[in-house]
Design a protein around this ligand. Structure first.
Ligand SMILES: Cc1cc2nc3c(=O)[nH]c(=O)nc-3n(C[C@H](O)[C@H](O)[C@H](O)COP(=O)(O)O)c2cc1C
Length: 174
């Protein structure tokens, strides 16, 4: 699981989601902002870890209808020709890919004519297409919306749902 949050100490939910994932057998969390504060992503280390994984999860809060920037840096650095695509670039083929994202805006706001303009799924397409281009199989994204107005119970329920989802994927994979 590639986890990216630039300000984890201010995180209401992602930090806990990453911890919940980390507590599960079979899940290895890579905290990108912690690992690469200078943005120098170690391509060789990331590629080694990807080769060992059967499922790749990107977990992050939506920032400006996109991912926090280290995710893009990671993609540009790690998904190289000859590794992820192109001649001999088969390292990711057949692996499964899932997005786990959170938004400040609530679901009703993610519609045409509303402040967030379009369903959240529309903004996830580039990540999914990247995974598809690299030969990965897409899993249904885990989407949490309206984080700002979530109660403590909402957060707990979401963490339970996330753990259940990750465990289910691990069971299907083993
Ligand atoms: C720089 C920045 C940009 C953001 N852009 C968006 C956005 O485009 N759409 C949205 O719904 N929320 C946006 N948010 C809100 C975050 O998505 C929200 O705070 C986060 O998902 C909550 O997760 P956390 O508690 O783990 O930080 C933005 C927040 C920041 C700091």
């Amino acid at each position: 699981m590639l986890y990216a949050h630039p300000n984890p100490n201010q995180s209401k939910i992602n930090r806990h989601m990453a911890l919940a994932g980390n507590a599960l057998d079979h899940v290895q969390v890579r905290d990108l902002y912690e690992s690469y504060p200078d943005f120098h992503v170690d391509a060789a280390a990331e590629q080694k870890s990807l080769k060992e994984a059967q499922v790749v999860v990107f977990q992050f809060p939506i920032y400006w209808f996109n991912a926090p920037s280290i995710i893009r840096e990671w993609q540009d650095t790690v998904l190289s020709r000859g590794f992820a695509f192109g001649p001999g670039g088969t390292a990711l083929q057949g692996k499964r890919f899932m997005l786990a994202v959170t938004t400040g805006g609530g679901k009703p706001s993610y519609a045409e004519g509303q402040p967030h303009g379009a369903p959240i799924e529309d903004y996830l397409r580039t990540f999914e297409q990247t995974a598809r281009f690299c030969g990965m199989n897409l899993l249904e994204p885990f989407i949490v919306q309206g984080v700002g107005s979530m109660t403590a119970k909402d957060v707990d329920d979401t963490l339970e749902a996330y753990k259940t989802r990750l465990s289910m994927i691990a069971r299907e994979t083993s």
